[in-house]
Design a protein around this ligand. Structure first.
Ligand SMILES: Nc1ncnc2c1ncn2[C@@H]1O[C@H](COP(=O)(O)OP(=O)(O)OP(=O)(O)O)[C@@H](O)[C@H]1O
Length: 258
């Protein structure tokens, strides 16, 4: 997925909120987006999700299944949690919401009307509806806001699992909750400009998917690595990378040749 010269303003004479942003997101990426209040993080996330259109520039290659968890889940809807999640499951072609309700510890909330939920509980409903469709692009706006300790702890692993199966995860997050995942990319927005920070030199040399695979398999991580050069048709690169990252391996360099 690629952003090319993306700019956005809310109204014609308003200043640009996003100015000439360029970026590339590849399957398996986990990206943390930071910036001060009002920097434009939510705006950029909505553009990435396809909920707003760039005023200029293009966003191409958006995966077809997108999960978006907003910073404020809209609770002014006349449903209980179960009815809402069932409805979203139908919209999502019969996606299974029950495992997510269990994993996010929502059992006690299922009969509650959306309008009576606490902030953190409403946030969990937003996360469950975003996750249920197994999105190839998972967009989380302030995912840790208001969450209880258990769910906060579960969320990096969930993000890592989405990446491990070749999904892209991007989270607008003040709290640095995904930083425990090695290989996380860091984007910042400042004065409308999107910038990628250099990777943390102390971070482990492995992808988030690899970390999850190791934690699932158990045992201490094996630190020895080998680098293998692979040649394949250019048209197959994205599919290959997705599969490779899904297996927990990490691409170091991509070079095009004739
Ligand atoms: N619907 C809107 N109409 C007009 N301006 C808006 C609208 N939504 C946001 N803005 C403006 O766009 C700018 C960026 O807002 P945005 O919510 O994207 O920032 P943010 O980085 O997510 O902030 P925060 O960290 O406080 O959530 C702000 O100046 C805000 O006032």
């Amino acid at each position: 997925m690629r952003l090319s010269h993306v700019s956005f303003r809310y109204r014609r004479r308003d200043p640009l909120v996003i100015a000439d942003a360029d970026a590339e997101l590849t399957p398996g990426d986990v990206i943390e987006l930071t910036g001060v209040n009002g920097a434009g993080k939510s705006t950029l996330l909505r553009l990435l999700a396809g909920l707003a259109r760039p005023s200029a520039g293009t966003i191409t290659g958006r995966p077809s299944i997108v999960g978006f968890a907003p910073d404020r889940f809209p609770t002014a809807q006349p449903f209980t949690v179960t009815r809402y999640l069932r409805h979203m499951s139908r919209v999502r072609g019969g996606a299974r919401w029950e495992p997510w309700a269990e994993r996010l510890d929502m059992g006690h909330l299922l009969d509650s009307p959306l309008g009576e939920l606490s902030k953190g509980s409403a946030h969990k409903v937003g996360l469950a509806q975003a996750l249920m469709a197994e999105p190839q692009l998972l967009i989380l706006d302030e995912p840790f806001a208001g969450l209880d300790a258990d769910t906060r702890e579960a969320l990096p692993a969930i993000a890592g699992e989405v990446a491990a199966r070749g999904g892209i995860v991007i989270a607008g997050d003040h709290q640095g909750g995904l930083r425990s995942l090695p290989g996380v990319r860091h984007w910042t927005l400042s004065s409308g400009h999107l910038k990628e920070n250099a990777p943390d030199p102390h971070a482990a040399d492995e992808s988030p998917g690899e970390t999850v695979r190791r934690s699932v398999e158990g045992g201490p991580p094996e630190r020895r690595h080998a680098t293998v050069a692979v040649t394949l048709p250019a048209a197959d690169v994205q599919r290959f990378l997705a599969r490779m990252r899904g297996e927990g391996y990490r691409a170091r360099e991509i070079e095009e040749s004739n």
